[in-house]
Design a protein around this ligand. Sequence first.
Ligand code: DMJ
Length: 462
Amino acid sequence: MKRNLLFLLSLIFIVSCAGPQKPPIQNRFEKAQEIRNETKRCWEAYKTYAWGSDVLLPISKSSENWYKHPLYISPIDAYSTLRVMGLNNEAAQIETYVTDSLDFDKDIFVKVFEVNIRVLGGLLSMYQYSGNERILDKAEDFGRRMLPAFESGTGIPHYWVNLKTGDTRGDTINVAEAGTYLLEMGILSYFTGNPIYYQKAKRATKAVYERRSDLGLIGERIDINTGEWTNTNSHICAGIDSYYEYLFKAWLLFGDPELKEIWDTSIVAVQKYLPEFNDSLLWYGRVNMNTGEKTSSVVTLYDAFFPALLALSGDLDNAEELQKTWDWLWNKYGLEPMAYNFETNLPTYPVYDLNPEIIESAFYLYHFTGNKKYEKMGEQYWDDINKYCRTDIAYTAIENVETMEKRDYMATYFFAETLKYFYLLFGDQGQFNFDDYIFTTEAHTFKRDQFDKDLVKERLGL
Ligand code: DMJ
């Protein structure tokens, strides 16, 4: 009897030491179903209270548009998530609305960066899922309307473009707004066979890179006509973040060797000058691009995308170390503040806007390591979001993570990114193979094997 017990105990010990185990499929599946049901609930709320508008306001049960005329941003952003979750009837409604009722010939100035990642990216993903040529026509029409923005002294786009007249405004821009076009515009070139989109995007990205300092660092803001830096802070935080993300991801998707070269040089400088340990936590702070001297200890919750990018590019050690930091910050408040000073240990902007980045990184790290702790992190984030952000019809932003006072707004990327990453973290049941896809910065999914390497060269003009 005693021997049997000893045998059983050693068996349990051996099994528990056998390394990271994926949890029983049933539990993960139930969690994924819960997130799918919640997504359905949010979608129903959007349809009931905001149909035709850009954004749902979940507390006042009303809606808001970004501009004078709506662009249907929430549904376009939601489409790829609905498809990933197999909510195909809901997705089909969006497709019909886009083909039959959406017209981009509107006299409004739109933010080029924001509409590129949400509207153009969303439409292109919709086309790849549906194969509906009328969706591609819409995407091309939209892409064409974005092009005048890229007419500037450097090729870096203006901040605003008028969708009807092609007039432009805004002559200084941050680097994320300057260099987050390679994926969407490259994919548009591939689908249409017209290299102009990729060429414009690449010119803008290279215009930033070519103005790097002797240390290999880039600044935060630039004058699009003169190419002069107007803010010389260098970091991977909001304002620069997706510039780095697109160098690596666009290289993965298109295999353009120039992008790989730019990424390789850039990441060396980033790793040399930005990381620092503070109270045994790893942070990527801000330095002067010309001297490398530290300028600030303020980080933003957007920076939590970086573990995912590091993991994707093969640097798992730094990715895991950095995720620890973001997890620590999340648990300090129960949600993350938008901006935080890691030296004073105080939030400098306490809003939480239902952002996805920390969940995105937990998803990537779970995929690359198989370590159950990343799934546990995801569970914690999901529970906290439910505790503080859930409303009777959907989810809403938080005004201040110290008081958890709610704010009446459900950002469009909650559909595109946050819910999708949660679902995939728990719902990777074999139908969705991570390695088959590229996620844009707005988490729109594109199947990699549908981009033939020879055709890419021809259609993107490589
Ligand atoms: C998203 O719109 C995109 O991921 C963008 O690149 C920055 N982050 C927001 C969501 O937080």
